[in-house]
Design a protein around this ligand. Structure first.
Ligand SMILES: Cc1cc2nc3c(=O)[nH]c(=O)nc-3n(C[C@H](O)[C@H](O)[C@H](O)COP(=O)(O)O)c2cc1C
Length: 278
């Protein structure tokens, strides 16, 4: 059994023991003071009263909401807690997760890049080692099919660096601007420099930014590309539009609270997938 789980289990056992001892002592005290079994019984009954009253009231309150959603939320939070503690265990063991982020916009400043900076921060907070490969900063040559089977031998040092980073990655995030209802050519070119060897059974998180309205079309198309590379595109994806950002210091910053919340779930799911598929 790993150390943190053992500690959690011991703390829980100790807590239950404390509660049981407290109830026992209270009952004995009631017996001593009242000199009657009824007094002790009454104390025991009173200690269970909150469960009876609040349980029924809680049930009535929950019935006003979608019961399935409440149950799922409860189960989800619990599962997230246990997953989170397990992930922290891994990290304390020195196994940090490597995540390679590809930014597919050639604009500077770029909304997509701002979105990916936010993703990088959230991944850092979860203890991941993050590399952000911005295609606006690093110009890659057009894909050369001669190196399709051996991309590590490519003469361009940037391509070789990309291959190295992709080899070392446990998970990926692909970010793209919406170009004519799809992903950018720059991102596709970067992906075409890589092969199934870099992606097989690794999770990929997908995010996209569009101009006027949020659109999932570039993400739908990227899902097909991920499948072609034998990667696993995670179910949660994030689509933004220019209106979700504020201009700040010559750049952009994601400000929409709903998108920011979704981004947290997205990152959590990516880390969970990476942990499971590792
Ligand atoms: C070639 C091209 C095609 C575009 N096509 C679309 C489109 O189909 N739908 C859309 O909402 N925005 C479209 N846009 C707008 C971009 O998605 C928008 O400018 C976005 O902010 C780009 O993100 P970025 O700042 O990360 O580059 C297009 C922009 C370009 C340059």
């Amino acid at each position: 059994m790993n150390r943190n789980l053992k500690l959690l289990w011991l703390a829980d056992a100790l807590s239950h023991l404390g509660t049981s001892l407290y109830t026992l002592v209270l009952t004995l005290l009631a017996l001593q003071v009242s000199r009657h079994a009824f007094g002790a019984g009454l104390v025991l009954f009173v200690t269970t009263l909150p469960y009876l009253v609040l349980g029924v009231m809680g049930g009535a309150v929950v019935d006003r909401f979608n019961r399935g959603a409440v149950a799922r939320k409860g189960a989800g939070e619990e599962a997230a807690c246990s997953r989170h503690s397990r992930l922290n265990l891994r990290r304390t063991g020195g196994e940090r997760m490597n995540v390679l982020i590809l930014s597919g916009s050639l604009r500077n400043p770029s909304h997509t890049r701002a979105l990916l900076d936010e993703v990088a921060t959230l991944l850092h907070e979860r203890g991941c080692r993050v590399h952000l490969f911005d295609l606006a900063e690093t110009t890659l040559p057009p894909c050369d099919p001669a190196y399709h089977r051996r991309p590590g031998d490519h003469p361009d040092p940037h391509v070789r660096r990309l291959v190295q980073l992709a080899d070392a990655a446990d998970a990926f995030v692909w970010g793209t601007p919406n170009y004519h209802n799809s992903y950018s050519g720059a991102l596709k070119n970067a992906l075409d420099h890589l092969t199934m060897d870099q992606f097989r059974n690794k999770p990929v998180g997908l995010v996209a930014n569009s101009g006027g309205m949020r659109s999932t079309q570039p993400l739908d198309h990227l899902r097909i590309v991920a499948r072609g590379l034998l990667a696993v595109a995670i179910p949660i994806q994030v689509a933004t539009c220019d209106g979700d950002y504020a201009q700040e210091g010559g750049g952009y910053r994601l400000v929409d609270p709903t998108v920011k919340e979704r981004l947290r779930h997205f990152v959590q799911q990516l880390v969970v997938f990476a942990e499971r598929l590792r």
